[in-house]
Design a protein around this ligand. Structure first.
Ligand code: 3NM
Length: 217
């Protein structure tokens, strides 16, 4: 599948531990708010496993398909293949990009989390379809790494990274436009929408902010 980088503009991620809301309702609300991509990331305390996890992935996949929203699975190429996702997202600790590509061929897009320029270069050389870059700002959702700041995205561009870049970590409606202006193709976020009082409104605000920061390319 060929990736249209515009489809990464507003990339919502969540699993059941990230939210008090019903997951199907939450994804539908976010889609009504204008998100362009979704990642199923069923991780952390209380995460579903086995058949329950598979069943939820299938239901969310169907919602995304119905609305033409890209559907990614975090960290699990087998599940991604099983539910016919558009892609799989892997981290630095997960299987190597080359091995995942061997397994999924051209059936799935591959996204890779990166924090440094070196990781970004490696992901590009290994045939990733896009990279996540972060954490841009401090985040409670995936603690442990110091934030790299939005300037990091500009540095990746200046260093010649041509792959689509999705900025992640502490993204909000207030800071999304500025991050995009540093050269990102999209913003990815969990809490800004999964923990919002009004998820649809929050998704709309973050998507509009991302659009506003999308310069000419
Ligand atoms: N990956 P929130 S930061 C899942 O830096 C994830 O690669 C990151 O959650 C990275 O929008 C992060 O709530 C958490 O900050 C994003």
């Amino acid at each position: 599948m060929v990736l249209d980088r515009k489809a990464l503009l507003s990339y919502f991620i969540f699993g059941t531990p990230d939210t008090k809301y019903d997951p199907i309702w939450l994804l539908e609300q976010a889609i009504e708010g204008g998100i362009t991509a979704y990642q199923f990331r069923e991780k952390g305390p209380g995460a579903l496993t086995g058949e329950e996890r598979l069943a939820l992935a299938r239901r969310l996949r169907a919602v995304a398909r119905r609305h033409g929203v890209l559907f990614f699975v975090d960290d699990d190429p087998d599940l991604a293949l099983e539910v016919e996702a558009d892609g799989v997202h892997i981290g630095q600790e997960d299987e190597s990009i080359e091995r995942v590509r061997q397994r999924v061929g051209t059936k799935l897009l591959i996204g890779v989390s990166t924090t440094t320029l070196e990781q970004a270069k490696r992901a590009e050389a290994a045939g990733a379809d896009y990279i996540g870059a972060g954490p841009i700002f401090p985040t409670q959702t995936k603690p442990g790494k110091p934030p790299v700041g939005p300037e990091h995205v500009a540095r990746l561009r200046e260093a010649g990274i041509a792959l689509p870049i999705v900025a992640i970590g502490g993204i909000t409606p207030e800071n999304a436009e500025g991050v995009m202006r540093h050269g990102a193709d999209g913003v990815a976020y969990i809490s800004a929408v999964a923990r919002a009082d009004e998820p649809k409104k929050a998704a709309r605000a973050i998507t509009r902010a991302a659009e506003a920061g999308l310069g000419p390319r």
